[in-house]
Design a protein around this ligand. Structure first.
Ligand code: C2E
Ligand code: CA
Ligand code: CA
Ligand code: CA
Length: 274
């Protein structure tokens, strides 16, 4: 028994060691990926549900790993948030998305709202609003064309959140609440904060069954009463789209309409006919 215990212990430490090495290596690769130009953005359009008109798009980070191909954000964003790499990465995402939006406008495409995901670490930086404003002025994108997506968890520090949102509002930048319904935001603050859009989390949309209908309807009604626009995410079926329209949802985003696409494909599929 003593031997086995020892063996198990050694097995554990070897396993842990291996895991740690892999994680360290992954983090090192992650840091270098930015310098090596391995990140890119895909863009997923958001459509007006009544007119079918494109209203905006969400920039989504992609890591094109030389050996492993595309690594999904859910694999590297959490690690980047943990080790702080999200700060340089987030700044790169913001700058790249603004540069792209500006370039499309200069090519004569209709101006759209460019939505960028913001992480907690970025949001909590004392220089956050200043950084965003600097990037806007460096890229020449008008603040009204930038939208920042924050999550309910960032609203837990109410004072900080209120200050930042007020400053963004004064700078002319709109802010959406992402993944709405999965966090714990107080409805009281929702009405106090200057917000533009509320994005219903795709979990509610993918299971738009009887029990969820009431919730989705309640979220849409709530948003309307607060004079916020509602975007439903993760819309995959015609049925979901029709249903959302009946419920009075303003905008939709999802595979039914378009997957997130690289810039060239966005230009071909969305702007070609303009
Ligand atoms: P999110 O912000 O909720 O983004 C929506 C996710 O849903 C995207 O996943 C998108 O590709 C996916 N999606 C869109 N339509 C559909 C659909 O019809 N069905 C299904 N099943 N999925 C759909 P993606 O690109 O893998 O990104 C995952 C998450 O990673 C994002 O969730 C966001 O939280 C984070 N993320 C991505 N890019 C960035 C970034 O630049 N900065 C930060 N901080 N987070 C990012
Ligand atoms: Ca988002
Ligand atoms: Ca979301
Ligand atoms: Ca999500």
């Amino acid at each position: 028994a003593k031997e086995a215990g020892k063996g198990t212990f050694r097995f554990f430490t070897e396993e842990l060691h291996k895991e740690l090495m892999e994680k360290t290596f992954f983090e090192m690769e992650l840091r270098q990926a930015l310098e090596k130009g391995q990140f890119l953005l895909h863009y997923q359009p958001q459509f007006d549900l009544t007119t079918g008109e494109i209203k905006g798009m969400e920039a989504l980070a992609r890591w094109n790993h030389p050996d492993r191909g595309f690594i999904p954000p859910l694999k590297f964003i959490p690690i980047a948030e943990e080790n702080g790499f999200i700060l340089p990465l987030g700044e790169w995402v913001l700058r790249t998305a603004c540069t792209q939006a500006k370039a499309w406008q200069e090519q004569g495409f209709p101006p759209l709202r460019m939505s960028v995901n913001v992480s907690m670490r970025q949001f909590n930086l004392p220089s956050f609003v200043e950084d965003v404003r600097r990037i806007l002025s460096e890229t020449g994108l008008h603040p009204s064309h930038l939208n920042l997506e924050i999550t309910e968890s960032m609203m837990s520090d109410v004072k900080r959140c209120e200050t930042v949102l007020q400053e963004l509002y004064e700078a002319g930048i709109t802010v959406s609440i992402d993944d709405f319904g999965t966090g714990y935001s107080s409805l009281l603050y929702l009405s106090k904060f200057p917000l533009s859009h509320l994005k219903i989390d795709q979990a509610f949309i993918s299971e738009l069954s009887k029990s969820n209908t009431a919730i989705v309807k309640a979220i849409i009604d709530l948003a309307k009463n607060l004079e916020l626009n509602v975007i439903a995410e993760g819309v995959e079926t015609e049925q979901q789209g029709n249903f959302l329209q009946q419920l009075g949802c303003n905008e939709v985003q999802g595979y039914l309409y378009s997957k997130p696409l690289p810039e060239k494909e966005i230009e071909q599929s969305l702007f070609h006919t303009v």
